[in-house]
Design a protein around this ligand. Structure first.
Ligand code: MLT
Length: 268
């Protein structure tokens, strides 16, 4: 069921299903909750209470600010939990940009976490040339709309095997990206450029952490996520998803769901 939830200064469009342990799943850039829901890659209703928000400026949630950093998005998640009157520890998952948000949430709200799911993401901050790219992206999307950026990105996000054999997934991704608001995309791009480096924080993660990566993820490859898992240590487990790129929940929803189900069963 989708509802609009007031989080103080704005409303987030939030999809919810099931009861029990709260599992919050955050989408990547420039996407919305459909990343998790289309497959679907979310667990069945009897497994947990799944909460999939459209982050501020994406999907059906309005954009309100010029810059929206992963840390600010993490604050939105904390406010969302307050609005939903959830005070028990949650499992928080995110893909790529959503993973930046999950790590920022860990930094600010570790006591609200029972587990983390880091999907096709990284802990490093942007290098200088990437920060500059983000600024150019924001400017061009504000001026000319997202289509050129989204079409260019789609080829990098999906695995070669997805592009050659499952064009409908690429089409869905492009359609979702083009539907996002100019301001939402620009504010998140500028916000990601500002994000802090979280690599030093990884060893302090002391909740069970599932890392999920597509075997053909060219943006955050298995090797990088393997290093991230090693830095987290004994609490981390890495699952490599075959025939998937950077958007594993869209490319292989059943396998991602299976990995999440197994992880949740262990957390209990
Ligand atoms: C994403 O999928 O969320 C993006 O690749 C994140 C980024 O641009 O760093």
């Amino acid at each position: 069921m989708r509802t609009s939830v007031n989080i103080g200064d704005t409303e987030l469009s939030v999809w919810q299903q099931g009861s029990g342990r709260p599992l919050v799943l955050i989408h990547g850039f420039p996407m919305d909750g459909r990343l998790w829901l289309d497959g679907p890659a979310v667990p069945a209703a009897d497994r947990c209470r799944t909460i999939v928000p459209d982050m501020r400026g994406f999907g059906e949630s309005p954009a309100t600010t010029l810059t929206m950093s992963p840390a600010a998005m993490a604050d939105d998640i904390a406010r969302l939990l307050d609005s939903l009157e959830i005070d028990e520890p949650i499992v928080l998952g995110g893909l790529s940009m959503g993973g930046y948000v999950a790590l920022a949430f860990h930094q600010g709200y570790a006591d609200r976490l029972a587990g983390l799911i880091l999907c096709d993401t990284r802990a490093e901050a942007d290098p200088p040339e990437m920060k500059e790219n983000r600024r150019r992206t924001a400017e061009s999307v504000l001026n000319d709309g997202p289509e050129a950026m989204v079409r260019g990105m789609a080829e990098k996000l999906a695995a070669p095997v997805t592009i050659s054999g499952r064009q409908e997934i690429v089409d869905r991704l492009v359609e979702m990206g083009i539907a996002q608001s100019r301001q939402g995309i620009a504010s998140a791009a500028l916000g990601m450029a500002e994000r802090l480096d979280m690599t030093e924080q990884l060893p302090s993660i002391n909740v069970p952490t599932l890392l999920v990566v597509g075997d053909s993820d060219g943006l955050t490859p298995p090797k990088l996520m393997g290093e991230m898992a090693a830095a987290i240590g004994d609490n981390a487990r890495l699952v490599e998803i075959p025939q998937a790129g950077h958007i594993a929940p869209m490319e292989q929803p059943e396998l991602v769901r299976e990995a999440i189900d197994e992880f949740l069963a262990e957390i209990a």
